[in-house]
Design a protein around this ligand. Structure first.
Ligand code: DAK
Length: 266
């Protein structure tokens, strides 16, 4: 398949392969630590894939075979004032929220260490596949700080308060297998199969109706923190909205005519 690399990025790569956009964090010598430049480029890449109608699925991964991202760049913390940290934290949280709320599925392909901000980025993605060599953790406590990109919040929502406290308070890393057992990962695969499996998943997602995918993701995200009765009413409205789409007509007709559906996102 033809692929095209977007221009203008220094510390990440944005590659388009048909309906798939692959964002690769690209500072392998620093284990893809997330510096301010990378935050800016991630913001740009996320806007680009959101607005590009060709893109149906987004993958985020790390360059090299050691790390997805070993956290925020610790060298930038040295001179950071409390106010700088407050500004930085808001920017990073906004970015992770944008990824979580992207109206397209985002798969994290965790190819190695996912620590601190790397683990937080992973948790903002919709589906997480990891290499069996990956190591996951929130080691901020060892630096005398706490997670600031959602590590105390998304982690507790994903795996429960007690398990989140153990990870955040000890700062210890766990294996991919352990993380899977806690419900942090969807699938663990041999390292050399990671992108093969991720592409298989992306191919499955790319042929679904993009409007239904968007509505389903929104229903789960928005409904998650609502009381059940309101959440069900919200789901019902999005369900009804799907009936206004050409994709619904196509999906139902395709089933009745015993052929694959060709969804257009209309
Ligand atoms: N930052 C900068 N450089 C890093 C780095 C990091 N997080 N992690 C690794 N590196 C660099 C190392 O310094 C080393 O550089 P050179 O010495 O070669 O110049 C190179 O990457 C290779 O690392 P090692 O030599 O250490 O490799 P090892 O295999 O021996 O060890 C390791 C791998 C992952 C166990 C180790 O590198 C490590 O412990 N790294 C630090 C992990 C960590 O503590 N991560 C959490 C960072 S704190 C916020 C949102 C989020 C955050 C903060 C604020 N706001 C919204 C405000 C997040 C905070 C964090 O993530």
């Amino acid at each position: 398949m033809e692929s095209e690399v977007a221009m203008g990025f220094q510390v990440l790569e944005l590659r388009m392969e048909g309906s798939l956009a692959i964002i690769t964090l690209n500072r392998p010598k620093a284990l893809n630590a997330i510096n301010v430049t990378m935050v800016g480029e991630l913001e740009q890449a996320v806007n680009q894939v959101r607005d590009d109608p060709r893109v149906r699925v987004v993958v985020i991964t790390g360059a090299g075979d050691k790390a997805f991202a070993a956290g925020a760049d610790i060298t930038e913390f040295k001179a950071m004032s409390s106010i700088d940290a407050w500004m930085f934290v808001q920017r990073l949280q906004r970015l992770f929220l944008q990824i979580e709320r992207l109206p397209k599925p985002v798969i994290a392909a965790v190819n190695g260490y996912a620590l601190g901000g790397g683990c937080e980025l992973m948790m903002a993605c919709d589906i997480v596949y990891a290499s069996d060599a990956a190591k996951i953790g929130q080691p901020e406590i060892n630096l005398g700080i706490i997670p600031g990109g959602g590590g105390t919040q998304r982690l507790a929502r994903l795996i429960g308060k007690q398990r989140a406290k153990e990870l955040v308070l000890t700062g210890e890393m766990i294996s991919a297998q352990e993380a899977w057992g806690l419900g942090l990962l969807n699938k663990v695969v041999p390292a050399d199969q990671l992108m093969v499996e991720v592409r298989k998943l992306a191919d499955k997602l790319a042929i679904k109706g993009p409007l239904a995918v968007m509505a389903a993701k929104e229903a789960i995200e928005d409904g998650y923190d609502m009381a059940l009765e309101r959440a069900l009413a919200y789901e019902g409205k999005l369900f009804a909205l799907c009936f206004a789409t050409e994709d619904r007509t196509e999906g139902v007709n395709a089933f009745l005519e015993k052929r694959p559906a060709n969804f257009k996102g209309k």
